[in-house]
Every structure is written in C-alpha cells, then in structure tokens.
Design a binder for this molecule. Structure first.
Ligand SMILES: [Ca+2]
Length: 522
C-alpha cells in the first residue's frame, strides 16, 4: 500500500499531467512559464505551470468550442480584443486552477492531518501496547522476584525465630539450673546453721547437765546434813511432847468443866421465859444461832426470808470461827447427785450426811446479807485443803443461779478452781454453760460449769482405789489435778472473822469463866 505522501505526489502529478494536456497547444511557447507555490506546514511545494502563448484569432466556429462560455455573440468579438480576452480566459483558468489547488491543498492538509493523527494514534497504540507488554512482563518478573524474595524472607524469619526459641529455651533452662543451684546453696547454708545451732545447744545442755549434777551432789550432801540435824530435832520434839501430854490432861479437865457449865446454862434457859424458845424459830442461819449461844456443831432449824418452809441445816460451829451453814457435803457416796434442775433448786439429801441445801435457799440467804464461802476438801491420802471466798452471792433462778465470787484465799491451790464471775448453774436438763457441749451431761451432777471448768464437787462419788483418772468425779483442779476424785467435801456459807487466825489450842485454853460471862451478857 503506497504511503499517503506518495499518493499525494501521484495525485499532484496527475493534476499536472491533465493541466499539461489541456494546454498542450501552448507547449511550444515553453519559454514563458509561471511558478505556483503551495505552503503545507513546514513543507512548500512549487508547481511550474507553462504559460500559454497568445492564440491567433480563430474563426467563429472556434469561438464556440472553448470551455469558456460567452454570453455575447461571437459576431461581436473584436480581433483587437482577443489577447486581452485570452488573458482574461487564462487568468480565469489560472484562478480556477489556483482554487482547485487550494482545495487540493486543504484536502491534502485534512487527509494528512487525519493520516498523521491516525498514524500518531496507531503509533501511540502500538507503543502503548508495547509498553503494556513490557510493563506486564516486568510486572510478572517483579512478582516472581518478589515471591522468591518473600519465600527467602520467610525462610530467614523461620530460621531466626527457631534460633530465638532455642536461645530462649537455653536461657530458661540455665535460669532454672541457677535457681536450683541457689536454692541448694541456701538449703546447705540453712542446714549448716541448723547444725551449728544444734551443736551449740548440745554443748549448752552438756554444760547445764554437768552443772546440775554438781548442784545435785551438793544438795544431796546438804540434805544428808539436814536429815542428821532433823533427827536430832525430832528426838527433842518427842521429849517435849511427852512433857506436853501431862499439860493436856489439865486442859481436858478445864474443857470438861466448861461443858458442864454450858449444859447448866442451857437447862436454865430452857426453863426460863417462853420468848427464849420462840427465838429458836427466828434464826436465819448458823451464825445467828452461834451468836445466840449454841457452840456445838449439828442440825439446826433456820427460817430463811422468802422461803416458806423452815429448813434443817447442819451448822459447823468450829471451823474457822464457826457459825457456818453447810450448803453441800460429800463423804461416802450414799446420796445420788445425778439430779435435775428442780432437785438442785429445792435441795436433796440429809443435812446430817450427804446433801445439797438447794439453790433457792442459798440465793435467798446470800441476797439478804453479805456472806463468805468456805470449801473444805480431803483426798484419799488424808490431805486436807480449803478454799475461801470473801464474798459469795448466788443469783436468782431467772439469773440461772449465777455465781459471784471474790477475794479468794486458801490452801487448795494458788488459784481458784471456780470461775469467779459469770458462770451459770447447769444440770443434765439445763445446759447453761459456756461450752458448745453439755458439760453437766459429760461430767455429771449440777455445777457452775464454765467450759467445762476446773472443778465439780457434785460429780460421781468414786470409792477408794477407783478415784484416779476420773474426769466425771469430784474434782478440784488446783488441789489434786483434773482427774482425781476427792474423798470428802464441804461447802458452807458464813462470815470470815479475825477469830479464824487463832489456833484450836488457843481457843481451848480460854478461861471457861470468860465464856460463861459472854453467854450471860446475851
Ligand atoms: Ca453448753
């Protein structure tokens, strides 16, 4: 396919050729030529056109054959005007040609522009396609490269992380080992310390034992010397006793006289005014009876305020100044002390033997006046002990016969075996103790159990040889421990008097006449 410029050139040549044919007649006049220039963009085309020779005047037939049309009849043509006509003809032709050429130029320009635009577009498309192909291939290559790189990177990362994990594991195990080593070191250190402490203790114990042995040897020697001295003293005492027994017969005689005097006095009083007998009905406790003059221990009748029935009580007129009203006695196990609340309230047993006077009577008594409490104990080895409380008071039944004690003294332990304040009375059917358990059911009897306390004089009476290791027996912790059941007990209320300080022998050597005098002054 020929290129557009070639086609253009061809077209131009054709035009030129046709023009040449049209003007063949004037070829002979080649000397006269006319040049035409056509500008197309940067290019310029020059057409050299032959200039026609002035034609000779033709006959009239000639005039009608030309392409140029004439409106005027040929007859009017003048030969003198011919060259100028011819000139005008030619000029017109030239003009036509020029116009034609301009059209051609425009056509060429348009075609060229279109062709150029198409060519450019085509080129651009081609180039774009090429570029696209190149870009695609580049992209493909890049993608492949990237994929390879990514694979390599992933491999490197995997390797790195694996190594890191291994490193971590290694460091962890190292740490663990270090810790274990440290712990073992500590343990060793501790054991060494312990060992040295033990060694020191053993040495100290050895030293102490040696010192104790030495002191024991010294003590033994001292005791041997003391024994020698005491056996001498005993012999002296025996001699003194023998001498004293002769004196005691004298005292017995004095006592006998005194007794006879008292009996005489009692007979006199019994025969006296009736008011003396009525007074017997008004005694509220043994202290009053004693003050009235009765000095013999035994059964007496008392009338306690707010208690309707008169009560028979045992009065101890000897112990610690006398005038003591017994509220409890155990001596042989003849009375059952496993009783309920009502029995302990009302009292039971025989005042001459084992008995419980009754919580209500004791409450009424101790509400009326200030009382002391004396507890006397005896074990199975013949040891005696007592416990005294300067103030003793028993609450009402509504207060669960709560115990209030103060001012403890005595030989039955440095401490009281009864809780001093705030313990309520409990029986097997009334659990008022301070224990989640039921002390009365566990330890038997009725008592001021705490939880469950250090004493219970109303426990089970155990006979001889059965009295040890008995938690539910008759206990007084600070006298014989927690599981020793005592032989006899007495509890009595009265008042502690300075007379208590005097000994029995001192009381007995009093002049009987002084006693008689005091009785008569009543
Ligand atoms: Ca309880």
């Amino acid at each position: 396919m020929p290129s557009p410029p070639a086609m253009l050139l061809g077209g131009l040549l054709l035009i030129v050729a046709s023009t040449t044919v049209a003007q063949r007649r004037g070829q002979e006049a080649a000397g006269r030529r006319r040049a035409h220039r056509v500008q197309h963009g940067q290019c310029s085309y020059t057409f050299v056109l032959p200039e026609p020779e002035p034609c000779p005047p033709e006959p009239e037939a000639f005039g009608g054959s030309n392409s140029l049309q004439r409106d005027s009849p040929a007859a009017t043509l003048n030969l003198g005007d011919w060259p100028s006509q011819r000139m005008r003809q030619l000029e017109k032709m030239l003009e036509n040609n020029t116009q034609w050429l301009q059209k051609l130029e425009r056509y060429i320009q348009m075609n060229l522009r279109l062709e150029l635009a198409q060519a450019q577009q085509h080129m651009v498309q081609n180039q774009t396609a090429t570029m696209l192909e190149l870009g695609t291939s580049l992209l493909t290559q890049t993608t492949a490269q990237t994929r390879k790189l990514t694979d390599v990177e992933a491999q490197v990362l995997n390797q790195t992380s694996r190594m890191e994990i291994q490193l971590l594991e290694t460091s962890l195990s190292t740490n663990k080992l270090e810790k274990q080593l440290l712990l073992q070191g500590h343990e060793l250190h501790r054991l060494q310390g312990h060992n040295s402490a033990l060694e020191t203790r053993v040495q100290a114990l050895e030293t102490q034992q040696q010192a104790e042995l030495a002191s024991l040897r010294g003590e033994k020697e001292r005791l041997r010397r003391l024994l020698g001295r005491q056996s001498g003293a005993l012999a002296g005492l025996e001699r003194t006793l023998r001498a004293a027994s002769s004196n005691s017969s004298l005292l017995q005689r004095q006592q006998h006289q005194l007794l006879e005097s008292v009996q005489r006095l009692v007979r006199v009083m019994a025969q006296g005014p009736a008011s003396m007998r009525a007074a017997d009905q008004l005694f509220q406790d043994c202290a009053e009876i004693q003050r009235f003059g009765a000095n013999a221990s035994g059964i007496y009748t008392i009338h306690v305020a707010n208690v309707t029935e008169p009560r028979k009580v045992f009065c101890d007129m000897e112990a610690s100044g006398g005038g003591w009203t017994l509220i409890q006695r155990r001596e042989n196990g003849s009375v059952n002390f496993q009783r309920n609340w009502k029995d302990y309230k009302q009292g039971f047993g025989n005042p001459a033997g084992e008995h419980w006077l009754g919580n209500e009577v004791v409450h009424q008594l101790t509400s009326r006046a200030t009382y002391s409490l004396r507890v006397e104990l005896q074990d199975w080895e013949g040891n005696e002990a007592y416990a005294q409380y300067e103030h003793f008071q028993l609450g009402s039944e509504a207060q669960l016969y709560r115990l209030s004690l103060s001012g403890y003294s005595g030989s039955a332990g440095r401490q009281s075996s009864l809780v001093l304040q705030g313990t309520n009375f409990s029986t097997r059917d009334a659990d008022n103790d301070n224990c989640l358990c039921k002390c009365a059911q566990m330890l038997s009897g009725g008592w001021w159990f705490d939880a469950c306390g250090l004493s219970n004089l109303n426990g089970i009476y155990y006979p001889a040889r059965h009295h040890v290791r008995k938690l539910n027996g008759i206990r007084w912790h600070y006298f014989q421990g927690p599981s020793y059941s005592l032989r006899t007990t007495r509890m009595m209320v009265g008042e502690l008097r300075p007379r208590e300080a005097k000994t029995h022998s001192e009381e007995r050597v009093l002049d009987p006449n002084d006693l008689l005098q005091s009785v008569f002054t009543l």
